[in-house]
Design a binder for this molecule. Structure first.
Ligand code: SAM
Length: 343
């Protein structure tokens, strides 16, 4: 970890970088990419692996020590394992992780592991293939399960499962998902449905709050205890009476802005200081026009020092809360999409 970590106006360190390696996805989840077609980032604007690695190096020089590759669907990016290997060579990156929908994981898990990937999170919202088909327009439920098994077999012993919980969709599957995770050694993290860009059909009544999730699980299992842990982690962890653990990311009803140390880099090199930020900072142009590492570091350090974003807390204060952006506004600026800035 770097001693030179930068802090923002609320004392939050620049520590964690999520990199969207592609805006493309092979699923169409209703809470993220409900449309069939999107305005995609121009191909020539997409950062090369060398460009991403160079930026990671600059971020690392400023204190970033956690990197998560995401998207879009990161495994759609050709030869992702090579990027993993390039980033893994930097000893300052102590934690290198991937978030994937799992469709292509069985094919790539072993290569990713060999390349130096440390952790994998697989998104799995339902155990029912018919629900996945209706909800995410994908008939490949079995591939996700095969991906989870392959990740374990490849040596990822801390696979996590992300499940966005939505009322009327999968709120009757919380216990089933925990039970599914047990033999796979996979801890489930339930995520409250967020009104991020892309969630154009979001409404408050579909959000199942942390409190409600704990109620549902408490009725099934008995007393649930909180697990003390990392204050900076977005998930609060809990233990069932039988010892099994799970997490809840309550970004909608109890946001973690106060401890948020993450920022996001899009596949075309725009840097966002908050998932809800209206604007990003273009690092690609200076990168491609000969900026030195010191110059790039200055372009990052200044905005981080001045960072005052509390996007999720501000959303909490909105009275008539609905979708953050309508589809027309997302088409006009795809950088507002969750799948562009990296979930
Ligand atoms: N395609 C990869 C995947 O499915 O994991 C990575 C990108 S995806 C945007 C990253 C995570 O964001 C997934 O776990 C997904 O469930 C979550 N996500 C997307 N839209 C969300 C929303 N509206 N509310 C809460 N979580 C959301």
């Amino acid at each position: 970890m770097s001693n030179t970590a930068l802090h923002d106006t609320f004392g939050r360190p620049l520590a964690s970088l999520r990199i969207s390696v592609t805006d493309r996805c092979n699923m169409r989840c209703r809470y993220c990419m409900p449309e069939d077609e999107y305005v995609w980032l121009p191909r020539e604007s997409i950062l090369t692996f060398e460009e991403i690695t160079r930026l990671v190096g600059v971020f690392a020089s400023l204190g970033v020590h956690k990197v998560r590759l995401t998207g879009g669907e990161p495994l759609l990016r050709h030869d992702l394992a090579s990027l993993v290997a390039m980033i893994a060579r930097d000893p300052r990156i102590a934690d290198l992780a991937l978030t994937t929908n799992g469709l292509l994981l069985a094919k790539h898990a072993a290569d990713l592991r060999r390349a130096g990937l440390q952790r994998v999170t697989v998104s799995l919202d339902t155990l029912r293939p018919d629900r996945m088909l209706a909800f995410a327009k994908s008939a490949r439920h079995a591939d996700v399960l095969a991906g989870i098994a392959a990740a374990r077999a490849a040596g990822f012993d801390r696979v996590k499962i992300n499940a966005v919980v939505m009322r009327g969709f999968n709120d009757d599957e919380l216990a089933d998902l925990i039970e599914f995770g047990r033999p796979h050694g996979a801890e489930v993290r339930f995520i409250e449905y967020m009104d991020v860009g892309g969630a154009t059909r979001w409404s408050t009544d579909q959000v199942v709050s942390q409190r409600e999730m704990l109620g549902l699980l408490g009725r099934r299992y008995g007393a649930i205890e909180p697990v003390a842990g990392d204050q900076r982690a977005p998930a609060e962890r809990f233990r069932l009476p039988d010892g099994a653990t799970f997490g809840i990311i309550a970004s909608t009803t109890a946001p973690f802005c106060a401890s948020c140390d993450r920022s996001r880099l899009t596949a075309d090199g725009h840097w966002f200081l908050c998932l809800y930020a209206a604007q990003g900072i273009d690092l690609r142009e200076p990168l491609r026009h000969g900026a030195s590492d010191q110059e790039l570091a200055a372009l990052i350090a200044g905005p981080w020092r001045g960072r005052a974003d509390r996007g999720a807390e501000e959303r909490l204060a909105v009275r008539e809360r609905g979708a953050l952006y309508p589809i027309e506004s997302l088409r006009a600026d795809p950088h507002r999409e969750m799948h562009t800035r990296g979930g």
